[in-house]
Design a protein around this ligand. Structure first.
Ligand code: GLN
Length: 245
């Protein structure tokens, strides 16, 4: 059976820092190696999207100024369709600035209140301190190799409500807010976190987890990914984990 996946990339021009686009490259390459065809759909300001056709969406990080450019468009144009798709199990990965806009709001350090779409029950408050550096977490969401490694740089601190689970617990670094030891938030197949890196090339097991969820939603529970020869990738991953913990 030949598989096909449609990947939506939210605001690729405005929201792409620290190589977050590398997540899209990784998803596509890991599919290509397995003969899975992918189509990437860029979603920019003003785009009309049929979210029922999307299997997996990605929303990268951005400066406060980049977020400010697209926040209203995101809420007005995409919130309703994206919510319906997410309720139906669509996979969505959001990093940092994208993660913040999936929450209820982001009150920036400068006092601007950027609206979010409230898909994740979180809110974010800008602070004076930058939470910056390498980060390692122990993930509690659906991955065999539980450690995830990345790089964070944010001034916003995110606080979780009762409607989400943390993605995991911080082993090294700051995570959601530098205070409560949590990192990221998960609801259904929607995951937001502060892990640039890029995240997916550094954590190929996590990339495959997201791809498996997307495939099984579209093709049923028997759809599985063929294993890849990941020795080098996992060696890089493990070297970072060992250096940082
Ligand atoms: N502008 C946001 C903050 O500083 C997000 C930054 C980012 O995406 N790296 O909190």
């Amino acid at each position: 059976m030949s598989y096909q996946l449609t990947i939506a990339h939210l605001y690729p021009e405005q929201m792409n820092i620290y190589g977050d686009r590398g997540n899209i490259i990784t998803l596509r390459q890991r599919c290509a190696w397995r003969g899975i065809e992918t189509t990437v759909l860029p979603v920019g300001p003003g785009s009309a999207v049929d979210w029922t056709t999307v299997d997996l969406a990605f929303f990268g990080g951005g400066q406060d100024s980049g977020q400010s450019l697209i926040a209203a468009d995101f809420v007005e144009r995409q919130a309703a369709g994206l919510r319906r798709a997410a309720e139906d199990g669509m996979v969505l990965l959001a990093i940092c600035g994208g993660y913040q806009l999936l929450g209820h709001y982001f009150l920036t350090h400068a006092g601007e209140k950027l609206p979010g779409i409230g898909l994740l029950d979180v809110h974010t408050l800008g602070g004076t301190e930058r939470l910056i550096g390498n980060i390692v977490i122990e993930a509690s969401w659906g991955v065999d190799r539980q450690r995830l490694v990345g790089f964070e740089n944010h001034s916003g601190g995110t606080y979780l409500g009762g409607g989400v689970q943390p993605l995991g617990r911080v082993l090294t670094g700051h995570g959601n807010n530098g205070k409560d030891g949590t990192e990221g938030a998960v609801w259904r197949n929607v995951v937001g976190c502060y892990m640039h890196g890029s995240l997916l090339p550094k954590n190929p097991h996590f990339a495959d987890h997201l791809l498996t969820l997307a495939l099984q939603r579209r093709y049923g529970p028997t759809a599985t990914l063929a294993p890849l020869e990941d020795a080098l990738e996992l060696q890089a991953h493990t070297a970072m984990v060992e250096r940082l913990t």
